[in-house]
Design a protein around this ligand. Structure first.
Ligand code: ADP
Ligand code: ZN
Ligand code: ZN
Length: 726
């Protein structure tokens, strides 16, 4: 304790930018967890490198209370990833760091765990005479004559083993010993299909170091098999592999597939529903190089892995990779950054890649590998038919064609799926006669109908107008919101087919933990005739063979206020359509629409993902939307919309002169204005230059902070970089 005090920079979990300067009377290292006083509390802090600001009087600084025991300092590459994420998402560095840490490491508590690090004597150490004074030290020394001991075992023999080993390590008489790697065992591996073999050949031929790949393979084409084979090769070379999967895909089936393929390897699973201790164990195993494979949801992108050799992002288009609160990071994007930093390849897999990724392929930043055939059987792509509902009399939203198709499947005892698209539902007005939709005169997005106020509003720029009494294009009186009339559907189906066993899948029926297991069980047991569900069904579930898929209410995604709606709808329809069809007979997909000529449906009929992606990309370029431009959103919410809007208006005014090369739109109400008794509004910030956008945000945030202090206390605000939802 008599050492002179040294200044250190420490990050703590508080909503303030930057690190805090503390004094330390003992040695600490960057990455070390410590206990620090913060206001009236004691918090866990992490020491980081960084130069303490000058001119602060020592008497005004507080001291680190003590180091936290049980773990080595967090590694430098982990801290670099954190600091990149903090800068990119403009989120306080301390909060970013503590988001990246497992919960068990966030409190100012020592970690009790078996320290499996091994220490052995070097030649110099072996040549030394036995230590004389301490019996414990002698016992440890004797044990080490026989071979390396773990730190935990050393502490059993000699209470101060940690300190002694550190000194001996410095003196070169003791060294860290890597545990003997377990030999790789690879379970049954099917012979590759021609396309899989071709893809792997290209992957293997790539020069060592960073490279980014898109594995674009239709559902069931054997993407996972490609991952497994590449992973086997890396494990054989002694590397670790990180596999990111969407929340809903992290199933026991998937984990089993890895366990069966690599029965001797240590596989750490990471997701937010694990108990704290379990999560910590996997995290530390990965960090200490003991786990060979980490499979997890978005949060696992931060897991430190010293022997990292590959990152796989499965279903890279999936929305769950983007965190929607706190640190609003995108795990796929961080994964690519991390791979580049670590100098390792990253493989993004999807049947329906995001436009961001497609744009990266076009630009030559990612290389694409295509699997366009199913891996087994002669399963062919389903026939897609469009039902033009403009001249039809629908019953509870169902066309006669869909009714009789369902009836025919029931008679043959085959399973059907009725898919209702209601994602991000926000009603847009449309004319059923001429196809007019309510567009914003200022910014080429759709106006959203607010029935209560009889207003049409733009969620992007805030434009408002009253609902027109008739179609402004053709004068027809019959204008109505798109996507109406799907609520009654289930009841209607049950009434129409009383003998059918109908299973509904939506947020409500899948809340419980075992829900999906039960759903799979009854589907596989042949206990279901008609599955009815929302977009949850489109997320990579495998319900075996459906012979019919019918799609209702999809038009809302064609002309939505959310410019990403068409991309999502197309991906969803491709994915659900992929569920139809068996080896012996192709399946059938029927889509009810008022816009059968729309390019989305025309592309769907032809199973033409690339064509429609190109169409969307060129549209985004014309409109200046991502990925052709960069976006961020300043969001605010308050009990009343006007308070959120007032704050945003003030911020916008204060920032007006700074916005060089950045377009600021709004404030506008969010698509879902009311959520949990709060009303939400936003400013959209757009630029064709990522740098310009980020420079602007850097100047904007202090203004927003100052403005927020002047506003009512009920106000909350946040920044979302690369927002996925509007
Ligand atoms: P994806 O990840 O593209 O959906 P999977 O890797 O899960 O595809 O493969 C789909 C199905 O095909 C699985 O049942 C898998 O076991 C099987 N499969 C994949 N590759 C092969 C292969 N080379 N030979 C035989 N079956 C395969
Ligand atoms: Zn009209
Ligand atoms: Zn507008």
């Amino acid at each position: 304790m008599n050492q002179p005090a040294v200044r250190h920079q420490v990050l703590v979990d508080v909503p303030l930018f930057g690190a805090f300067t503390y004094l330390s009377h003992f040695d600490v290292m960057a990455g070390q967890r410590v206990v620090v006083p913060f206001g009236k509390r004691q918090l866990c802090g992490v020491v980081v490198t960084g130069i303490p600001p000058e001119g602060v009087d020592e008497s005004r600084l507080k001291s680190i209370i003590r180091p936290l025991e049980g773990l080595p300092p967090l590694p430098a590459d982990f801290l670099r990833l954190v600091s990149f994420a903090s800068a990119y998402y403009h989120y306080p560095e301390g909060q970013t760091l503590f988001t990246a840490l497992p919960t068990a490491l966030r409190d100012p508590k020592d970690i009790r765990r078996v320290d499996e690090r091994l220490f052995g004597l070097t030649d110099a150490g072996l040549a030394e005479a036995p230590p004389a004074r301490s019996r414990g030290r002698l016992a440890l020394w004797q044990a080490m004559q026989d071979g390396p001991v773990s730190l935990a075992a050393a502490r059993e023999l000699y209470a101060q083993a940690g300190k002694w080993l550190a000194e001996e390590l410095d003196a070169g008489r003791v060294e860290r010993v890597e545990p003997e790697p377990t030999p790789l065992v690879v379970g049954n591996t099917p012979p590759l299909t021609g396309q899989q073999a071709a893809a792997l050949e290209q992957l293997y031929a790539a020069p060592a170091g960073y490279s980014a790949w898109l594995l674009h393979g239709v559902t069931g084409s054997g993407k996972t098999e490609v991952y497994l084979q590449w992973i086997a090769r890396l494990l054989a070379a002694g590397r670790q592999v990180l596999v990111l999967v969407p929340e809903i895909n992290l199933t026991p089936q998937l984990i089993n597939r890895f366990l069966l393929r690599f029965p001797a390897s240590r596989i750490a699973v990471q997701h937010s529903n694990l108990a704290d201790g379990e999560r910590l164990r996997g995290w530390v195993d990965a960090w200490q190089g003991r786990a060979d494979v980490v499979i997890g949801t978005r949060l696992s992108v931060f897991t430190p892995m010293p022997r990292l050799g590959l990152i796989v992002v499965d279903e890279e288009h999936d929305g769950s990779f983007k965190q929607q609160d706190g640190l609003r990071y995108h795990a796929r994007d961080l994964a690519v950054w991390r791979a580049r930093e670590a100098g390792v390849p990253v493989l993004l897999g999807s049947a329906t890649p995001s436009l961001e990724t497609m744009a990266n392929v076009e630009a030559g930043r990612y290389r694409r590998l295509v699997l366009d055939k199913r891996a087994h059987g002669a399963a062919s792509l389903p026939r897609v038919g469009l039902i033009d509902t403009r001249r039809l009399r629908l019953q509870d939203g169902l066309s006669p064609q869909v009714m009789s198709a369902l009836e025919a499947r029931l008679a043959k005892r085959e399973m059907s799926l009725v898919f209702i698209n209601r994602r991000g539902f926000a009603p847009v007005l449309a004319c059923t006669d001429c196809g007019w939709t309510s567009g914003c005169p200022r910014c080429s997005t759709r106006l959203v109908l607010h029935l209560r106020e009889r207003q049409l509003r733009c969620h992007h720029c805030g434009w408002e107008e009253t609902v027109p009494p008739a179609c402004p294009e053709c004068g027809a009186p019959d204008i109505k919101p798109l996507g109406e009339g799907t609520q009654r559907l289930e009841t209607a189906l049950a009434q129409r087919f009383p003998q059918a066993r109908i299973l509904r899948i939506d947020r409500d029926t899948t809340q419980r933990k075992q829900a999906w297991d039960e759903i799979y069980r009854s589907v596989n047991a042949g206990e279901v005739d008609i599955l009815v569900g929302t977009q949850m069904l489109a997320k990579g579930h495998d319900f075996g063979n459906l012979s019919l898929v019918t799609v209702l209410g999809a038009d809302g995604g064609l002309y939505s206020a959310d410019f990403r709606a068409a991309e999502r709808l197309f991906a969803q329809l491709m994915q659900v359509a992929g569920r139809a069809g068996r080896a012996d007979a192709p399946g059938e997909v029927l889509v009810q629409t008022q816009w059968p000529d729309h390019p989305l449906y025309q592309a769907l009929i032809r199973h033409d993902f690339d064509g429609f992606a190109r169409h969307l990309l060129s549209e985004r370029r014309q409109l200046g939307f991502p990925p052709a431009a960069y976006q961020a959103m300043l969001r605010a919410d308050a009990p009343a919309l006007q308070d959120a809007s007032r704050f945003l208006t003030a911020v916008r005014a204060a920032a007006e002169s700074l916005a060089e090369g950045v377009l600021v739109s709004g404030p506008a109400p969010a698509l879902m204005v009311r959520l949990a008794n709060r009303e939400r509004a936003q400013l959209v910030l757009e630029s064709s230059s990522r740098q310009a956008l980020h420079a602007f945000i850097d100047q904007l945030l202090p203004l927003a902070e100052a403005e927020a202090r002047r506003q009512s206390r009920g106000l909350r605000w946040s920044l979302d970089v690369d927002p996925q939802e509007c």
